[in-house]
Design a protein around this ligand. Structure first.
Ligand SMILES: *Cc1c(COP(=O)(O)O)cnc(C)c1O
Length: 476
């Protein structure tokens, strides 16, 4: 081989050794991660110095490069694969998800034109249909697309809503129309960001008050919509959340749908179920999402509760043509090999153009665990969330969120509800101990709290005990 090829493909013997080392490294990481610190000591200067000192002009041996990287990942990362990472939904990756990502990198299918990667495109379409079905959509009418994550799926939702609400959107954009969209303070900030990215500005995002349970106040929503219309604003979208980021709150999806449907003008109803949507897979718990089939669109992240490696989001809609209206363009250079076939070109449905085969890690994980295997994980983790609530209450912590989902927000029984500094101090001690990872949050009620979410499918009862012990030590 010419040197230039050898540098990139590497020699057979080198590759064989490298693959073996790769597999051994991941196995070793998974075998040892629970006995290492969950979170690293933070030192940005040391990391930058070590990068600057690498002699990369000529390149290094592949095993040396790999050792350098593995050392960095081991010592300078919050380990989501750790059983006591009670975190922000970043999962321990499924084994089949890792296999899938390796296959995707190796085969490198292009998910822009259908004809370039028919198998990949159809696997994703299958997953879109089967997921839509579980949310109660009519599969014949439903459509969807894989995204990098929930933020991109939410951005897609805002674009689809604007495309329907503003007839001239594709040609002239908002064109000065005073558009408004509605979320609660507990909604994910990616929606505010989406408003900016769409050029309608964050001031178009109206904040609906919440009830005591931190759910969207539907009476207030109805009043805001009426007032805004009366003063000439143009409400185009209402967004409910199924499993808020801080507190796992599920808005009353059916009641919000009633309000939206009663509007004089068509208004897009989106449900952000990035994390909580996974309960749709559970026979026992799917009632928590009652009414979600009435949403015009849904955001759902496979890289949260379904534990595939990042990033894998999904956007689903019950309107067959919404995505192609939003994204298709005329162009002269895309392959036309599939002209005449009844197929969907992924690029005509997506913010992205060249795109990797995002859906494979979900497909291979489901194909192995079965949909029922995932239902078991969801049910078990909901049970662990309940167990954690009881343990915390026994040790005289006060639970401050009301949800069935396995995210627990709590504070000291006698503490000042607004004292975030105290909460942060406890969280910092737990995280610095390396024994567990939790975070802090301030709910829209003003309540500062510690937040522990059952995130890792390996977490069990003994991990809950260790977490509660670490918390007790930290509050002393
Ligand atoms: C995580 C999350 C998002 C953002 O999704 P990413 O995958 O991080 O882009 C949006 N909404 C909710 C409710 C989330 O939990």
């Amino acid at each position: 081989m010419p040197t230039s090829d050898r540098n990139l493909r590497l020699d057979d013997t080198v590759r064989t050794r490298l693959w073996r080392k790769l597999v051994e490294t991941i196995e070793r990481h998974w075998a040892t991660v629970d006995s290492s610190r969950v979170a690293p000591v933070l030192d940005p200067e040391a990391l930058r110095r070590s990068l600057d000192e690498l002699p990369l002009e000529r390149g290094l041996r592949p095993d040396v490069v790999m050792d350098y990287v593995v050392d960095g990942l081991t010592n300078a990362q919050v380990h989501t694969a750790h059983r006591r990472y009670f975190g922000l939904y970043n999962p321990a990756p499924t084994t089949m998800g890792v296999v899938a990502d390796a296959l995707v990198a190796g085969f490198n299918p292009q998910l822009a034109a259908w004809s370039h990667s028919p198998f990949a495109a159809e696997v994703e379409q299958y997953l879109i249909r089967e997921t839509a079905r579980r949310f109660g959509y009519d599969v014949a009418e439903a459509d969807g697309v894989f995204a990098s994550g929930g933020a991109e799926a939410n951005h897609t939702a805002v674009l689809a809503a604007l495309t329907r609400a503003v007839p001239t959107w594709a040609e002239r954009g908002a064109d000065g129309s005073p558009l408004t969209m509605y979320v609660t303070a507990e909604a994910h900030d990616s929606l505010r960001k989406a408003a900016r990215l769409c050029g309608i500005g964050s001031r178009s995002v109206r904040q609906v008050p919440t009830t005591d349970g931190l759910r969207m106040d539907v009476t207030a929503l109805r009043a805001m919509l009426a007032e805004d219309r009366a003063v000439g604003r143009h409400p185009f979208m209402v967004i409910a959340t199924a499993g808020t980021t801080s507190a796992g709150i599920i808005d009353v999806i059916d009641d919000v749908a009633d309000v939206v449907n009663a509007e004089p003008e068509p208004t897009w109803y989106h449900v952000d179920a990035a994390w909580g949507g996974a309960v749709a897979l559970s026979q026992e718990h799917r009632h928590l999402l009652a009414g979600i089939h009435r949403a015009d669109s849904i955001t759902f992240d496979a890289h949260k509760w379904l534990s595939v490696p990042m990033g894998a989001g999904m956007f689903l809609t019950r309107h067959k043509n919404a995505l192609s209206h939003t994204f298709s363009t005329d162009n002269v250079y895309m392959p036309r090999d599939a002209a005449g076939l009844s197929v969907v070109d992924p690029f005509s449905h997506s913010i992205q153009w060249s795109r990797r085969f995002t859906g494979l890690k979900l497909f291979m994980s489901i194909a192995t665990a079965g949909w029922s295997g995932y239902a078991d994980v969801v049910n078990r983790q909901i049970g662990l969330g309940e167990a954690l609530r009881s343990k915390l209450t026994e040790r005289r912590w006060r639970i401050v969120n009301d949800t069935k989902l396995p995210v627990v927000c709590f504070a000291e029984s006698e503490g000042d509800p607004a004292d975030r500094a105290r909460v942060d101090a406890i969280v910092r001690r737990v995280v610095q101990s390396g024994d567990a990872w939790v975070s802090s949050a301030v709910l829209s009620s003003g309540q500062a709290c510690i937040r522990a979410c059952i995130t890792n499918f390996m977490t069990d009862d003994t991990d809950l005990e260790k977490l509660v012990d670490a918390l007790d030590r930290a509050r002393q």
